[in-house]
Design a protein around this ligand. Sequence first.
Ligand code: GLY
Length: 365
Amino acid sequence: MRRRDWLISAAAAPVAAQAMQAGPKNIVISSANGQNACAKAMEVLKAGGDTLEAVVQGVTLVEDDPNDTSVGYGGLPNEEGIVELDASVMHGPTRRAGAVASVRNIKNVARLAKLVMEQTDHVMIVGEGATRFARAWGIPEINLLTERARMAWMAWKQSLRDPEGHNNWTDGLDAPDTKAAAALRTIWPEASDEMIAWAFDMARHPTTGTINCLALNSKGEMSGTTTTSGLAWKIPGRVGDSPIIGAGLYVDQEVGAAGSTGRGEENIRMAGAHTIVENMRHGMDPQAACLDALKRIARNYNNDQKKLNQFDINFYALRKDGAYAGASLWSGRVRRGYMASFEFSVNDGGASRLEKCAWLLERKA
Ligand code: GLY
């Protein structure tokens, strides 16, 4: 098959919604896990609040939610079982930015990134320095690892068998023939079969979930934030794209805003959010701008679909006139037996809704 045969064009892909308005109006978009975040941000916009305050208040709900295992409290930990969070913010009207990375024990890192932006002469603070910065501002420290996330981490450790079947974290050489799931039950005897299955699914398919949230208000002001617990089971200190200004997030008040979720390593290598905003500056609509960025990721692998099939990445773009799009590298992903399409959240004043992402490559079941 020739390369051009499988690189699906924007025209062939399902078309993501593109709302065009006569002038700016309040609108918030985010990754699919942000329906509540979009609703909260819209509430702040309607009350006349600032666009950055709106998106930070929105994603704070997700950071607080123990059931979102890709963001904030309840996020999946690093390989040592410690949750490390990354976040960034950009404020369009003042053209300022803030970011934190590898932060331990602080739940609301988007808010912390905003504090870096507002209260320091720096753009990014990382690791122990970020926790100390938060401590100085009186932000309480908590253990971010929930029991649910700890179970998935233990399932991951137990699933790391070598080809001979050895693993220090399950049973010994002298043990009867037990299965990893049974070993997990010795720690969580009350866990349902569904919980155990979820933990092993997480172990096998580590998330790079994340939430990106972008807002435009009726004055034409724009801001954005991206916040994440990053790649599950990462090497301690690994930083993804979310806190990298220009990769996980970029806002240019004169053009638009963009952000990303998914495998951050791919995004960092091509500065996705900045690329998308520049594409829009040069006339591409948000969907075309996102698909062009995805093509650069495919190109980085010489369009080798076997390699590309090993990860997912999504972009979101909101233009200054209110046009928007979400786009994914792949048409969907198979989880627990069915193909789910990628979606993103939109709120333009009513209830939040999910819309389908456009996509570059078709994934077969
Ligand atoms: N996009 C989130 C991460 O890779 O950390």
